[in-house]
Write a protein that binds this ligand. Structure first.
Ligand SMILES: [Zn+2]
Length: 330
């Protein structure tokens, strides 16, 4: 079972970043998710380049999340998409002619910009793939000129929106693979969007299907962790995709902290290929304790890598050891 940890912190202080990545690696994690927002890439590309290399040097693959691009995805900073702000003509237009603050996924200029950005990010930084964080099929049916032209039957527009959203994601993942054939693609859904699963698993270029099992944040019963988890794991397994289930180790008060362990047990019972959580993420009552609890939970996962067992490693040949040490890095 692989471990992924989201690292949503600045990369400015090299020593701090190194220490953090070592701590993350020591949990047995092989990947981090790092989110980039358009504004960050514009303002501090050197920090991004250096920071993401440090992750690689620590033995961590980087899955890059497109933070708020087009306001279609989630992102750790609550800032709007720079592109959408500057290109209001790409926004979704409802039946009354009102614009909404999300770029229409069918808009050719938006798609071309986004796919070009993906190409740039993959070829500029030490990243192993692209992750889409909570992509949402827009709730509002788009009546923009592009959607109307693509779907002249107005009664079909609502269904077209969903079909075309899947097609958009498929085109996005195809772009990733075209730029870098060994790059990985992942999508992490909110539980309320799990109805997209059956269509998402049909996308050949999608590697990993994930879900944020945030029952506390969503005011749901803990039993839902298992229900949501199994939905994702089964769908992924049937279509040769990997499943990734996320623990809500943020926004926890003292009572919530007590539920981390039972939540984890339910998450594991779904038997995902990967588990994921956050490194010191926001609004915990006791951030240190939440990370300690998270580390304890992660340590209980059986390890594949042998270089954590020094006694055994000494018996192996130096060549084998060096390959194992490289195993987690692309
Ligand atoms: Zn549209």
């Amino acid at each position: 079972m692989d471990i992924t940890v989201a690292y949503f912190h600045t990369l400015f202080h090299v020593d701090t970043v190194k220490r953090d990545f070592e701590q993350i690696r020591a949990t047995g994690a092989t990947s981090i998710v790092y989110a980039v927002h358009e504004q960050e890439d514009q303002r501090w590309p050197r920090d991004l380049e250096r920071g993401l290399k440090l992750a690689q040097e620590a033995g961590l693959k980087v899955m890059l999340s497109l933070g708020r691009y087009g306001n279609l995805f989630a992102g750790p900073s609550h800032i709007p998409s720079w592109y959408t702000f500057r290109h209001p003509e790409t926004c979704i237009k409802d039946r009354h002619g009102r614009f909404h603050n999300v770029s229409c996924h069918n808009h050719e200029a938006f798609r071309s910009w986004l796919f070009h950005e993906i190409e740039y990010l993959l070829s500029s930084y030490a990243v192993s793939g692209i992750l889409l964080d909570e992509p949402r099929c827009p709730d509002v049916t788009c009546f923009c000129s592009v959607c109307r032209a693509l779907c002249p039957d107005i009664t079909d527009l609502q269904h077209f929106q969903r079909r075309s959203f899947i097609e958009f994601l498929s085109a996005l993942f195809s772009t990733v693979k075209a730029v870098k054939s060994n790059a990985k693609t992942a999508i992490v859904l909110l539980p309320q969007d799990l109805n997209l699963v059956d269509e998402l698993v049909t996308i050949p270029q999608l590697d990993t299907l994930g879900c944020h099992l945030f029952w506390q944040l969503l005011n749901e019963d803990i039993s839902q962790v298992e229900t949501w988890g199994r939905t994702v794991v089964e769908a992924a397994r049937q279509h040769d995709k990997r499943s990734q289930l996320w623990l809500q180790n943020f926004h926890q008060d003292e009572e919530g902290e007590q539920m981390l362990e039972p939540s984890w047990a339910k998450l594991l019972s779904a038997e995902p290929d990967e588990v994921a959580c956050y490194y010191y993420w926001r609004n915990n009552c006791d951030p240190e304790r939440v990370w300690e609890t998270t580390r304890t939970l992660l340590r209980r996962i059986p390890r594949r890598q042998l270089h954590w067992q020094p006694a055994f490693a000494r018996l192996s040949s130096p060549v084998a050891n060096s390959n194992q040490a490289q195993e987690g890095v692309q």
